[in-house]
Every structure is written in structure tokens, then in C-alpha cells.
Design a protein around this ligand. Structure first.
Ligand SMILES: *Cc1c(COP(=O)(O)O)cnc(C)c1O
Length: 417
């Protein structure tokens, strides 16, 4: 008997021949509407540039919310990924893999901490940090069972899980998703006196972003991070720094906490740790804190997989050169000077550190969304954070000329408003 002939699949228009407009329309009925993307359909990218389906090129001034700090498809990261794809991709943590030790050693060394808990997404790193802090509170600090509190800041962004939105102050992120996880206290950001009042004998940790990214690149006063470090040490609770967006070169240092010479007890990393290739996140911390976890108490099927470890190690290797931190610091002054020149020309104010800025646009000119659409027409990709604030966070590989052209595009868009 002969094998039945394979029925050919019904012919469909190949994806590559559909226009951007076709593809945007095609998403509508089949894709959950939890995002409102700008109307551009990206098909390929390299370095600081992306190209859409029709071959139009755009300068990327968002860099995947800082997941692309090293640009699109950095050759060292792509080659590390290729090499690993050809050898071993997943073992689960049921077994050891030959890439994980080096990743953990080098990440701990880079951050000045002792131990690494590898996870995948940023939200998982935050969740893991919360679990570790609670366990530490019960086992080491002696907080009565189920009484631990974690103090967080208003206008925080730490991710999208049920527990994390439980302590968000953004009603859009919360409404409709209760009931919420108890055990969190919210205080104003950049307010040491409020923190002093909120932290008590039940407090496991203070969890903050050293710079609040989604809130609009909000930079606390000089001395705040030092104050948080001093207060948490004095009161006997942990300092957890969420550097998922602020870390890994973005601000001109490896970590944003370095601007005040502060070392947290637990550090949360994600986004750029995966080099824009795979999701890689981690909780990095002191041995006496991460050491509370014992086999079976926490885990992740994909956390610490060899592909993630290979890419993460290559990311750490890039950061060990100091080149990206230096570029962010140097070009950060170009960005700052350029934005200062736009004050009064449609820019009401801005906050920046390194290659990271939150720019408040005069609402009379338009919403952040309008500015994003205007920039898109100028061949620049950027996104609003909320209201009339736009975020600029280009790959750290951007050249001075490219940065100047992005600022020129912004000036033209504002001038037209
Ligand atoms: C993006 C982000 C997260 C969440 O990361 P995901 O990978 O999207 O889960 C957490 N904290 C901060 C500060 C972030 O910017």
C-alpha cells in the first residue's frame, strides 16, 4: 500500500507579501488588545535601525524599553546565541548545564554581589525577590508567620502579575484584576520621612526603582538612595533595587544605584540581560539573603537555561568592557544639552540620566501619543509613558550624529504642533 499523498496546506498569502496595513488589520480579530502599538510593522533590524515591511527605515529611540541596550542583533550576542543553539538549548534545572556557573559567577562579579537566582521575565524576578524577602523575614528576622510587609513607592512599575499589580498605583493596571495580594504598603517616592514611618518590625523589604522608568524617568533627589540604604540597614530590613529598566549601562553606570555608591541587598535585573534575544532575568543578592531558598521552594522550568545563560554571559562580557556605560554617560550629555535647547519650544521640562530621558511635552501641542505618531512620520520610533511625557531610550550603540538627527526630528514635530 502506498502512503497517502500529503494534502497540501490551503494556500495563504505569504506573510512577507502582505503590506503593513494588511498585517495591522489582520491582528485586530485574533490578537488580544492589551497594547496600542504605533502603526509600524517591523520586519528586520540591525544596530540602532529597524526596517518595516515596505523597507522604510526608522531610528529606534525606544530600544525595546531598554531590552535592546546593545542595539538590535549585536554581533557578539548573536554569535553567542548561534553557537549555543547548535549545542544545547534546554536542560531544566533537574540537571546541571555547562553554561550556568559562568553566567552566575560573572554576573555576581559585575554587580558586586554574591549569588544569582536566574529567572526569565522581569516580573518573575520581582516575584522572586518578594518571595525571598518574605522568607528571609520569617527565617532570619523573626517576623511572625504571614505578617511580613513590603514597602513600595507610589507610581512604581514592577510588572504585570496579580501580586505586582496589587501594589501598583496605576488604576488602569489594577482595575478589574482584584482581589489583590496583601502585605504591601505604598509611600510617596523620593520621601525618606514617609519611608521612616512606614517601615516597622514587620517589614521584610523596601522595594523601589532607583529611577522610575514608566512613571516618566523620575529621578529621586541626590541622597535618596543613600537614605534608603541607611534606613533599611538601621531598621533591619532589606533594600531591593528593581534595576530591570535602569540597569545594565542605561544611565552611564552598570547600575543606577552606583550613582550614589549604594549596594542593595537584592538586585532585580531583566530586559537588557537577555540582549534583546531571549528573556533573561535574575535576582542577584547577598548570600545570607538568597541563601534562605532550599531545593523545591522556588523555581522555573526555563530559568537558567543554557541559551539564556550563554546570551546573558555575552551581555555581561560586553558590560565588563565599560564601553557601553561610557557611551551612555558621554552621549547622555549630548541628549541633555539637546533637550535643554528645546525648552520653551514645545518641551516644558525633562529628566535625564545617561541615554535615558522623560520629556514633558506641552499638552497644547499634543499627547505623548501624538508626538510618537509625529516622530514615526519623521522616521523615529519613540513611545509615550503616559499623558504628554515621552521616553527616549536609544540603544547605547547610537552615534552622536544619529542622536542629533533624532533631536532634530523631535524639534520639527514640536514646531508643527
Ligand atoms: C519592564 C519592567 C519590569 C517587568 O519586566 P517584564 O519583563 O515586562 O515582566 C519590572 N520592573 C521594571 C522597573 C521594569 O521596567
Amino acid at each position: 500500500m502506498t502512503a497517502p499523498a500529503r494534502v497540501p496546506a490551503p494556500s495563504r498569502v505569504p506573510v512577507r507579501t502582505r503590506t503593513s496595513a494588511d498585517l495591522i488589520r489582520a491582528e485586530e480579530p485574533v490578537l488580544a488588545h492589551n497594547y496600542h502599538p504605533l502603526p509600524v510593522v517591523v520586519a528586520r533590524a540591525e544596530g540602532t535601525w529597524v526596517e518595516d515591511v515596505e523597507g522604510r527605515r526608522y531610528l529606534d529611540m525606544l530600544a525595546g524599553y531598554s531590552a535592546l541596550n546593545f542595539g538590535h542583533r549585536h554581533p557578539a550576542l548573536i554569535s553567542a546565541a548561534h553557537e549555543q543553539l547548535d549545542r544545547l538549548t534546554l536542560t531544566s534545572r533537574a540537571f546541571h548545564n555547562d553554561r550556568l556557573a559562568e553566567f552566575a559567577e560573572r554576573l555576581a562579579e559585575l554587580t558586586g554581589l554574591d549569588m544569582v537566582l536566574p529567572m526569565n521575565t522581569g516580573a518573575e524576578a520581582v516575584e522572586s525577590g518578594i518571595k525571598v524577602a518574605r522568607k528571609w523575614a520569617y527565617e532570619v528576622k523573626g517576623v511572625p508567620a504571614d505578617q511580613a510587609t513590603i514597602v513600595v513607592a507610589a507610581d512604581n512599575f514592577h510588572g504585570r502579575t496579580t501580586t505586582i499589580v496589587s501594589f501598583s498605583t496605576d488604576e488602569t493596571a489594577r482595575t478589574g484584576f482584584g482581589p489583590f495580594t496583601p502585605g504591601f504598603r505604598v509611600v510617596p517616592y523620593n520621601d525618606l520621612a514617609a519611608l521612616e514611618t512606614a517601615v516597622d518590625e514587620t517589614t521584610a523589604a523596601v522595594l523601589i526603582e532607583p529611577i522610575q522608568g514608566e512613571a516618566g524617568v523620575v529621578i529621586p533627589d541626590e541622597g535618596y538612595l543613600t537614605g534608603v540604604r541607611e534606613l533599611t540597614r538601621r531598621k533591619g530590613c532589606l533594600f531591593i533595587a528593581d534595576e530591570i529598566q535602569s540597569g545594565l549601562g542605561r544611565t552611564g553606570r552598570t547600575l543606577a544605584v552606583e550613582h550614589e555608591g549604594v549596594v542593595p541587598d537584592l538586585l532585580l535585573l531583566g530586559k537588557a540581560l537577555g540582549g534583546g534575544i531571549v528573556p533573561v532575568s535574575a535576582v542577584v543578592g547577598r548570600r545570607d539573603v538568597l541563601g534562605v531558598l532550599r531545593p523545591g521552594e522556588h523555581g522555573s522550568t526555563f530559568g537558567g537555561n543554557p541559551l539564556a545563560a550563554a546570551v546573558g554571559t555575552a551581555v555581561v562580557e560586553l558590560l565588563e568592557t565599560g564601553e557601553f556605560q561610557r557611551r551612555a554617560a558621554d552621549l547622555g550629555t549630548v541628549l541633555r544639552d539637546g533637550l535643554a535647547g528645546l525648552i520653551g519650544k514645545g518641551v516644558l521640562g525633562f529628566r535625564s540620566r545617561g541615554l535615558w530621558a522623560g520629556v514633558d511635552i506641552d499638552p497644547a501641542i499634543g499627547t505623548g501619543r501624538d508626538i510618537g505618531e509625529g516622530l514615526l512620520r519623521e522616521g523615529v520610533l519613540a513611545k509615550d509613558t503616559h499623558g504628554s511625557t515621552i521616553r527616549l531610550a536609544p540603544p547605547l550603540t547610537i552615534t552622536e550624529a544619529e542622536l542629533a538627527s533624532a533631536l532634530g526630528a523631535l524639534e520639527r514635530v514640536l514646531g508643527r504642533g
